[in-house]
Design a binder for this molecule. Structure first.
Ligand SMILES: [Zn+2]
Length: 196
């Protein structure tokens, strides 16, 4: 007996079929009642030649590749390196947050403290994946801080006569700003990843 047809979507624990014609393949298991259930979210697949049923998992976007554009939140900034948490990759939110490092500009050797701040939302590009460390660049025009945060009081900074100013406490700070408007953030944050 088949509960879920070829290509049907299942979640973990969902019954797929009775184990009479098909044996369990990957991402499924057999219960004591001889029913094959899914162990992952994905799509049911019947291999009629091998008489195996398995689940193709939902393609996750958890992988980060060279050249990807990412939205990050800065956690710590030092002179030569900044630590950031990746929130989204290529406009798709990450389910499990990942840590990356923002690398300094090799040409200008500018102090990173003058380019980004803790709490900033920053658009960056993945430029290295050496030893599993995700290295980011913010030096292209469209890259950099989209939502700079005041280091003194934590409110968003706004540009007044080319100077980033906090309307609350009057603090003035420097940033490498993205050419993206802050409204671009909406696309990054509101877009949702879809299965497939
Ligand atoms: Zn402030």
């Amino acid at each position: 007996m088949v509960y879920i047809e070829e290509g049907g979507f299942v979640t973990p624990g969902q019954q797929i079929c009775v184990a009479e014609e098909f044996s369990p393949g990957i991402n499924v298991k057999m219960t004591r009642d001889n029913i094959i259930v899914s162990t992952k979210a994905g799509f049911v697949s019947y291999d009629k030649n091998k008489r195996i049923v398995y689940v193709r998992p939902v393609k996750s976007i958890e992988s980060v590749n060279l050249g990807d554009q990412v939205l990050v939140e800065t956690k710590d900034v030092q002179e030569k390196i900044a630590i950031a948490e990746i929130l989204a990759v290529n406009r798709k939110p990450l389910k499990h947050k990942r840590v990356a490092v923002i690398l300094p500009n090799v040409k200008t050797r500018q102090d990173l403290n003058e380019c980004i701040g803790v709490g900033d939302l920053v658009i960056a590009e993945v430029v290295t994946l050496f030893s599993g460390v995700i290295g980011l660049s913010i030096w292209k025009n469209e890259l950099g801080s989209v939502l700079p945060i005041c280091s003194r009081c934590g409110r968003p900074l706004r540009k007044v006569d080319k100077v980033l100013t906090c309307f609350k406490c009057g603090n003035q700070e420097k940033r490498k700003l993205s050419s993206f408007d802050v409204s671009a953030l909406e696309k990054w944050i509101l877009s949702r990843s879809l299965p497939g």
